[in-house]
Design a protein around this ligand. Structure first.
Ligand SMILES: [Zn+2]
Length: 157
């Protein structure tokens, strides 16, 4: 499973721009920042908002386009074998209590249906290109709340 952070525009929370991006309904002229991502076609399986609300955009049985050029343990293109979870947030900023409460429940639910081997960040599969979810994400806390081995978390082990 691959954790990300996203906010649109960056650092602004609570709007519906993420949903509109992931459903190809974002108006690129609505904000100057969107010129930088104009035409971007991405999706993710889940978005976990800062208030703990969980949205699903793609079935875990289907591929979503969240990882881009990426590699994990010698395998290219993580979109082919990972579930993407976007935490509403910004690289370098911290995340909310509600997100730390809901995220383990989501991961447990996914692990109940699919063989989960690792929980990594986008920054781990695309180093030098991506920095999310960033140093503000508390990996040891996530590991502790799940009780899963540290070896499953490259940011912890
Ligand atoms: Zn990402």
């Amino acid at each position: 499973m691959l954790l990300h952070s996203i906010s649109l525009p960056p650092g602004e929370y609570g709007g519906d721009a993420i949903e509109r991006l992931f459903t190809n309904r974002l108006d690129w002229d609505e904000h100057p920042y969107y010129q930088q991502i104009r035409g971007l076609q991405v999706s993710s399986h889940f978005v976990l908002r800062r208030d703990g609300e969980l949205l699903q955009f793609v079935s875990c049985d289907q591929r979503a386009w969240h990882a881009g050029r990426s590699q994990w343990l010698g395998r290219d293109n993580c979109n082919d074998f990972s579930v993407g979870i976007e935490l509403e947030g910004l690289e370098g900023e911290t995340f909310e209590e509600a997100q730390y409460l809901v995220l383990p429940r989501l991961l447990q639910a996914i692990a109940g249906q699919y063989p989960v081997r690792h929980i990594a960040g986008h920054e781990h599969v695309a180093p030098g290109r991506k920095i999310d979810p960033g140093p503000g994400f508390d990996w040891p806390r996530l590991q502790a709340s799940l009780g899963w081995p540290a070896s499953m978390f490259p940011a912890v082990a």
